[in-house]
Design a protein around this ligand. Structure first.
Ligand code: MCN
Length: 792
């Protein structure tokens, strides 16, 4: 089969069979002799002085082997800390805090760990945890970014002067003049919902000392090498004494690319007790103490010329950042990314942005699929549709007048980003054709005549992917994330191939797509390749999977390793065939043949065995066929257009998504089927973010949405079939021209669905903005009610 399974082929996902037949290695299914379970005792107040923890009754409970409280835990393990270089000043400040593994003398959010109880099983541990007496002196809680930033607000961290975690400001061009001279200004105050990743598998850790006394930590992580480095650093152990394994991981969506107090605590307890210790997170804990994302207040303004050209953008993103600085990604990532991408795919030269993160007494806010881009998708696309309405233009027409075109690329944005290639305008036209926009408008008019309210929403977007050197180097030295990615490739003596990578696939199908890259270079089948990931003992150091980087960074390293090993194999084959290496080529079926010769040449196995066993190979050649390669990537930008068609029922406020279409250009696709799967999964998440998902804290800082009954996720009947069309503009920023695309699906709906809702309600109340997400039936009712009130 060989080359037919290379890049571009719709190869069936090789990893699915084991998931579908239950032959998986999730941590919950693992058990070791003498294993203990942990239950964490968590704070029940949002902000308090912690006066004391009475563990006497818990220690006496049946099966309990250990109870640990803050003083002891914090002496064993240094706090998590995310420092970053660079001076503070008028335009920039960053004030990180220590994130202790357990609350010391202060509690800062409901769900913070106050103690750990270790027992023979989780039931016994939970029963004992119930008996713990926690004495607190409540303090006023800060529960909102505006409250946090108001002068005189109670301090979440006493050592800081105020609750500002961070701010950055940028001004490029004469923005004030552009606004005062504008033909039209469109200004909106918007709010995005506090939501979370909600992976199917919650967080999970199983740690134990091995026979040599090394610490082995199984953890449900997207970044196993980073976790090992931080465990060593914070527990004070030599890194070589730690092995981290991220086995099967049931989804991460950005949550699992952090180091967590729970990982450190379970590891510390296993070392102390000298036995395996396990923790499986309950959904309630995940919602209270797994990080949240996205809650921001946004001020967004466009200055437009008479022809509808956007002259300037003025945008401020204020994030409700929660209690602590997470590592390696921090609560500052969402607003910073929003500010640095807020011109989207449009031609805008003048820009003013402000990004602020405030400490609040809530669970820490960090990254989730899309990081800042869904916020921009919402605010910018909302503003485009609002402007189109104000100017009396069709939303597609206003986009046509402002979108970047192919000839504009490479394009430097006013926020100092260099877009590489593609055409947002062509993407719009492709999406309009895919969905038959004219026909949709006719159907909408017919529906209205029948008394139904249909709306069409467009979102044009550009997705930052890979987060390469160009984007991250300007932040200076980084101890937080490694930029490179690596791959190790070995051709075994029987011709089979072992590929080990530093990334971590937990749904993205790397076992298939990375194998396709190798298949394309070596002319083998995907089935010939054993894929290894997630184990720091057997994979090369990599940064892991986040930021839609694996195809470009990891895939780039795989390609480099495959090309290098092919070169090595050609040297050996040349010796065996007794011709110069330049005369040898790899045929589509993987045989090493002399160019132009009908001779069958050599199989991969023959060459691989010779590389190990042949006695008279030239002395300069490495023995065996094995290599490790790494790539430090640049950032390619993926272009997409999403179109949503919704129906709104004004009586109930219910919004149904009837049709959905995506045009996507992520460069040459390694596997179009995998790309389409990623888009579909993302769109479902994006529809959830637009219509359903929301964490709500009450006035005392209690999380009111701590179960799946209250935190609503989209299910299959909620989502229509998704139409897709592709373009494949190569990127000059990557090997093979590939661009990443793992997050974009989740970005578009957050712009397209609200616009479709405003469009649906237009015949009833004129074009009214959706100013807050998610668009619950209550919010639809509010829009209708406010309009009625306004008209009175
Ligand atoms: N791909 C391709 N051709 C391209 C680009 C990508 O065939 N031109 C393939 C890649 O080879 C890979 C997949 O598409 O198999 C996604 O590639 P990429 O865009 O590099 O994204 P990553 O693999 O780095 O995945 C990370 C991304 C992120 S950041 C989040 S969050 C996310 C997501 O992927 N979390 C997910 N998708 C997820 N899907 C599942 N099922 N579960 C998660 O937790």
């Amino acid at each position: 089969m060989g080359i037919t399974q290379g890049m571009g082929a719709r190869v069936q996902r090789v990893e699915d069979e084991r998931y579908l037949t239950g032959r998986t290695a999730f941590i919950d299914g693992m058990a070791l002799p003498r294993m203990q379970s942990v239950a964490f005792v968590r704070a029940e107040v949002a902000h308090a002085r912690l006066l004391g923890v009475d563990a006497e009754a818990a220690i006496a409970c049946p099966g309990v082997s250990r109870v640990m409280t803050g003083a002891e835990a914090n002496a064993l393990c240094r706090p998590i800390r995310a420092d970053r270089g660079g001076p503070s000043g008028k335009r920039r400040r960053y004030a990180p805090t220590d994130y202790p593994v357990m609350a010391g003398d202060r509690i800062r959010y409901v769900g913070e760990i106050v103690a750990a109880v270790v027992a023979d099983d989780r039931y016994l541990a939970e029963d004992a945890a119930e008996t713990m007496e926690i004495a607190v002196e409540p303090l006023p809680a800060v529960l909102d970014v505006e409250q946090a930033l108001a002068p005189g607000a109670p301090l979440v961290h006493e050592e800081l002067d105020d609750n500002r975690h961070h701010y950055t400001r940028l001004e490029n061009g004469e923005v004030s003049a552009a606004f005062s001279g504008a033909h039209r200004v469109v200004r909106s105050s918007l709010r995005t919902n506090r939501l979370c990743a909600s992976p199917m598998e919650t967080r999970a850790v199983l740690a134990h000392p091995d026979a040599d006394g090394r610490l082995v930590v199984h953890t449900s992580s997207q970044m196993p090498h980073m976790v090992r480095t931080k465990l060593a650093d914070l527990l004070g152990l030599p890194e070589r004494q730690i092995r981290v394994v991220a086995p099967d991981v049931g989804g991460g969506f950005g949550l699992k690319c952090h180091i967590f107090p729970e990982e450190l605590m379970v590891a510390a307890l296993a070392l102390q007790l000298r036995r395996p210790v396990k923790w499986i997170e309950a959904r309630r804990e995940n919602y209270m103490a797994g990080f949240h994302a996205r809650q921001e207040r946004i001020e967004f303004a466009l200055a437009l010329g008479e022809d509808g050209a956007i002259d300037a953008i003025d945008a401020a993103f204020h994030a409700d950042g929660g209690a602590y600085t997470s590592f390696p990604f921090t609560p500052t990532a969402e607003p910073t990314m929003a500010a640095s991408t807020c011109t989207g795919p449009y031609r805008v030269r003048k820009l003013r942005t402000e990004a602020v993160t405030a400490y609040t007494n809530k669970s820490t806010l960090s990254v989730c699929r899309g990081v800042g881009l869904p916020i921009v998708g919402y605010a910018l696309e909302h503003s485009i549709d609002r402007a189109a309405d104000a100017l009396g233009l069709d939303p597609a027409e206003l986009r046509r007048r402002n979108l970047l075109r192919g000839e504009d690329f490479p394009y430097g944005t006013p926020n100092f980003t260099m877009y590489d290639s593609g055409s947002p305008l062509e993407s719009l036209e492709q999406a309009l054709a895919l969905m038959d926009y004219e026909k949709l408008r006719a159907e909408q008019a017919q529906a209205l005549a029948d008394g139904r309210y249909l709306g069409i929403g467009i979102a044009s977007m550009i997705e930052t992917t890979t987060y390469g050197q160009d984007l991250l180097a300007p932040f200076g030295k980084s101890d937080n994330v490694a930029l490179h990615e690596s791959a190790r490739l070995r051709i075994e003596p029987d011709g089979g191939i072992t590929l080990a990578v530093g990334t971590h696939s937990h749904g993205q199908a790397h076992a298939t797509t990375f194998a396709q890259i190798v298949a394309g270079v070596l002319g083998c089948d995907v089935a010939d390749i054993r894929f290894v990931q997630g184990d720091t003992d057997s994979t090369p150091y990599g940064s892991g999977t986040w930021g839609s980087r694996s195809a470009v960074a990891g895939g780039g390293a795989v390609l480099k390793a495959a090309q290098r090993i092919r070169g090595q194999a050609v040297q050996v084959a040349a010796h065996l065939l007794q011709v110069p290496a330049a005369e040898v080529e790899v045929a589509d079926d993987g045989r090493f043949v002399r160019k132009g010769s009908k001779d069958p040449g050599l199989t991969r196995a023959e060459v691989a065995r010779a590389a190990l066993y042949e006695t008279n190979l030239p002395l300069g050649l490495d023995a065996g066929l094995e290599t490790t390669a790494s790539v430090t990537p640049r950032s390619p930008y993926t272009i997409a257009t999403h179109i949503a068609v919704v129906e709104v029922d004004p009586a109930t406020g219910r919004v149904d998504v009837l049709k959905y279409g995506v045009s996507e250009d992520c460069g040459p696709m390694i596997n179009p089927m995998v790309v389409e799967g990623q888009i579909a999964g993302g769109v479902v998440q994006g529809i959830g973010a637009a219509l359903l998902e929301q964490h709500i804290y009450d006035d005392s800082g209690q999380l009111a949405t701590a179960s799946m009954a209250d935190y609503r996720l989209p299910t299959a009947p909620f989502v229509p079939r998704i139409a897709m069309a592709h373009m494949e503009t190569p990127s000059p920023h990557s090997e093979s021209g590939i661009k990443g695309m793992g997050e974009g699906g989740a970005v578009g709906p957050v712009g397209a669905v609200p616009n479709a809702v405003s469009d649906a309600l237009k015949p009833l109340i004129g074009w009214q903005p959706v100013t807050e997400l998610p668009i619950t039936p209550e919010r639809v009712h509010d829009m209708l009610r406010q309009h009625r009130r306004g008209g009175e």
